[in-house]
Design a binder for this molecule. Sequence first.
Ligand code: ADP
Ligand code: MG
Length: 240
Amino acid sequence: MTAAISIKQLKKTYNNGFTALKGIDLEVEKGDFFALLGPNGAGKSTTIGVISSLVKKTEGSVSIFGHDIDKEGPLAKKKLGVVPQEFNFSQFEKVFDIVLNQAGYYGIPKAEARSIAEHHLKQLGLWDKKDTQARFLSGGMKRRLMIARALVHKPELLILDEPTAGVDIELRRSMWSFLREINDQGTTIILTTHYLEEAESLCRNVAIIDQGTIVENTSIKALLKQLNRETFIFDAKETV
Ligand code: ADP
Ligand code: MG
């Protein structure tokens, strides 16, 4: 069975000499809902940056559905949707245009792009904002906009970097049910989070990363059994 993602001995040393990833091995099965947990500065966003080719790795390899990101970049990219931690769209662009422009980037025919974009914007409660400039959206709406944008080319793997950080509990729960739905429909999901309850509620499997090293890689069930809730490092160091 092909893994949705396979990461081997991934190392990243930034230009200032700091080694953020010390040799990460990680495999996520197709169809999984996977949590990457860890305290601030652990290396979660660096990992996602490498996967999405925004951060240049120092060593190691990453394959998405069997496509090496170096050797088969375009094929790998087509299968991948990423919701980054920071908002990275033009604040002056309109909601619908932000999603449609992304579709253009993937060469999706206009009519199809419009219908996919409309579908997700409706699902995410943003359809009435379609002609609004991004700068007028709330933080939660901007996050949902990035999710709609990440889904426009129908990726088989969706990676979200702390999608619900700073989002109130009600909206968080509605995002959970949305994510569950697309996972049920077959999209593999990896998310990074600080919220233990989030990982518990959504995910089947989990890796814990600390100081650039994977320190645990197991099922959520096994992890809960193994550790007392109070001892979860990411819980104790939580600073949302
Ligand atoms: P996380 O997402 O888990 O909070 P990051 O991957 O953002 O962690 O950061 C991991 C470590 O790498 C941190 O110590 C951070 O300060 C450092 N780091 C991140 N980006 C850079 C950079 N561009 N240059 C140097 N160090 C960086
Ligand atoms: Mg981060």
